[in-house]
Design a protein around this ligand. Sequence first.
Ligand code: SAM
Length: 223
Amino acid sequence: MDVLADEIVRFLRATGPDHDPIQTEMAEYAIAEGFPIIGPNAGAVLRLLARLTDAERIFEFGSGYGYSAYWFLQGMNPNGHIVLTEFDEDELAMGREFLDRADLADRASFEAGDAMETIERYDGPFDVVLIDHQKHRYADAFERVRTDVRVGGVVVADNMMEGPIDFDRLLAHFENDEPLPAAESDRETAGIGQYVDTVRADPAFETFLLPVGSGISISTRME
Ligand SMILES: C[S@@+](CC[C@H](N)C(=O)[O-])C[C@H]1O[C@@H](n2cnc3c(N)ncnc32)[C@H](O)[C@@H]1O
């Protein structure tokens, strides 16, 4: 869950925000079930981005049981609203329960089904969008929302450096321009590579990748 050296992760944990009791439960569930939440360091970055943009509208592609949404809700405008999307209805129900216990659920919509379809029912502008669903659909999700993100808003994507991906192939692609694997042989690595190529080539966005958690990409809309 963390790409940084253990000591740096410990340093960040020692200096960063603590989980509240509900987040602690959520994180313990992730460990017990091996569920890939974004983790506390990347979560704190989500909260920061929501705070800096004074976010009133956030959309998530892939919400699991609400751990990333929980961080967003802590930082966003008190009148703000977040849309959670999830294939798995049990996870989504669990997310509703966690957010409800923290009195956050009334600022959230819980949308079961394919996030790529759900987005069609929501108009922008969004202050922040999180892309954390199927890696091979990241670039499509970005293309779909890029004009719905307000100028000054951000698109965040997870699993840039760790996850079901071949990091060495990605490094060779970005460093030496080597081709990405074919989607038929490794669609996750191809998807992440294609996503980063897409956002970096977009003149309306400025992108930087942060090595927190599994590695997150942050793209700010400039124009
Ligand atoms: C990495 S987890 C999300 C974790 C969550 N963002 C967090 O950090 O707490 C990815 C989730 O996306 C869901 N998912 C994958 N593709 C999806 C899609 N097209 N639409 C909705 N949910 C999807 C999966 O079921 C899984 O629960």
